[in-house]
Design a protein around this ligand. Structure first.
Ligand code: NAD
Length: 380
């Protein structure tokens, strides 16, 4: 047979099906365990946890059935620093959320509480109370538009804190933060339970957004510097509404070869200031940031618990009682957290004239929001 004919015949033969894979072998070895269920936060935090004094804390989330509250509670259920997690809300679903979370195989116990009659039980013995209760923004609303409803909610919940866990740290998320923090402080003063180290307005989301946007613009250089997005830091000071949100981009770390300037600096600053509205508009009437906010709040809570456990060098940005700006009793700054809460409010550091101007321009707005909160609390 010619070679060409032989090749032709070979090609006519249909390709043989590969044999099926053998069935998985069975073993009677009982000692092989299923991979343990794990949670991202538990794994990462456990690395630091080994160095801490192993103190565990009781934490309450007030407004736990909401968009922020549920996700935040899920994240906190994964914290090895928490032994008791209390979920409180006026929504009847809250005990169900607690039962749902209680099936997660982490150490902490979870309990749900509904309505003012159960607020006491939710709060007694708490080390940290986080308040995301209240209505969120809809398109076209400013954070100040939430004042009418959220001011009363924060006042009433803070009365509970003053009565039932006056030594707890307070993380206030409910907007307008620029006013709700002064409201909480006035309430605590009325009940003789005020300690300026214990009340923090949560502005961590502004920091997260600043880092994310900066990284997006300078990815290549940061990659060359071997910095991932989680290595970048940008302090954000002032307050938590529009132009009171002041990113100190000149202090970002790591240092860039070419700092932000001109229209790029202006556009980046404006984007950080309006990032909340970006989410509100994109959600088209269904609410504001919940998922990113929940993670920011969990980060803040974890830092507070690290401080309470005696870990050193825990630095966050938060809106706190301060004399950094002499005209303002509250200002968001870098703070050092410790066993009593805010151990130190850090100086603003060297700023560019652009940043100094932003602070100067924000003062009247901040002062008005603070005065509004104080007046509300004193008159009610
Ligand atoms: P949401 O409407 O989804 O949830 C709010 C929850 O609060 C609801 O479950 C509601 O039942 C509960 N609630 C209302 N009144 C209460 C009361 N008296 N006691 C206990 N619970 C009560 O809203 P959300 O999206 O979770 O937002 C909550 C708050 O967080 C809003 O004020 C929003 O503006 C604010 N927020 C702050 C930041 C920040 O950076 N600080 C970011 C995003 C949202």
């Amino acid at each position: 047979m010619s070679q060409a004919r032989r090749r032709q015949r070979f090609q006519d033969v249909p390709a043989r099906e590969p044999p099926p894979p053998p069935p998985p072998t069975t073993t009677t070895t009982p000692s092989v365990a299923v991979t343990p269920t794990h949670t991202i936060i538990e794994r990462i935090d456990a690395l630091f946890w080994r160095n801490s004094k192993n103190k565990k804390f009781t934490v309450a989330v007030l407004g736990a059935a909401g968009g922020i509250g549920q996700t935040l509670s899920l994240l906190l259920k994964q914290s090895p620093r928490i032994e008791s997690l209390r979920l409180y809300d006026i929504a009847p679903i809250t005990p169900g959320i607690a039962v749902d979370l209680s099936h997660i195989n982490t150490e902490s116990e979870v309990a749900g509480y509904v309505g003012p009659d159960q607020l006491r039980n939710a709060l007694v013995g708490c080390d940290l109370v986080i308040i995301p209760a209240g209505i969120p923004r809809k398109p076209g609303m400013s954070r100040d538009d939430l004042f009418k409803i959220n001011a009363g909610i924060v006042r009433d919940l803070t009365i509970g804190v003053a009565k039932y866990c006056p030594n707890a740290l307070l993380n206030i998320i409910s907007n307008p933060v620029n006013s709700t923090v002064p409201i909480a402080v006035e309430v605590l003063k009325k009940y003789n339970a005020f300690d300026p180290r214990k009340v923090l307005g949560v502005t961590k989301l502004d920091v997260m957004r600043a880092v994310t946007f900066v990284h997006g613009l300078r990815k290549d250089e940061l990659q060359r510097l071997r910095s991932s997005v989680s290595d970048v830091t940008v302090p954000v000071v002032g307050g938590h509404a529009g132009e009171t949100i002041i990113p100190l981009l000149s202090q970002m770390m790591p240092k860039l070869s070419k700092p932000f300037e001109g229209s790029e600096l202006q556009n980046l600053t404006t984007r950080i200031q309006n990032a909340g509205t970006e989410v509100v508009d994109a959600k088209a009437g269904s609410g504001s940031a919940t998922l990113s906010m929940a993670l920011a709040a969990e980060n803040m809570a974890t830092s507070c618990l690290k401080g309470l456990a005696g870990e050193s060098n825990v630095i966050e940005c938060a809106y706190v009682s301060s004399n950094v700006i002499p005209e303002l009793p509250f200002f968001a700054s870098k703070v050092m957290l410790g066993v009593n809460g805010v151990e130190k409010v850090l100086e603003l550091g060297t700023m560019t004239s652009f940043e100094e101007r932003m602070i100067k321009n924000a003062i009247p707005d901040l002062r008005a929001s603070i005065e509004k909160g104080v007046a509300f609390a004193r008159s009610s």
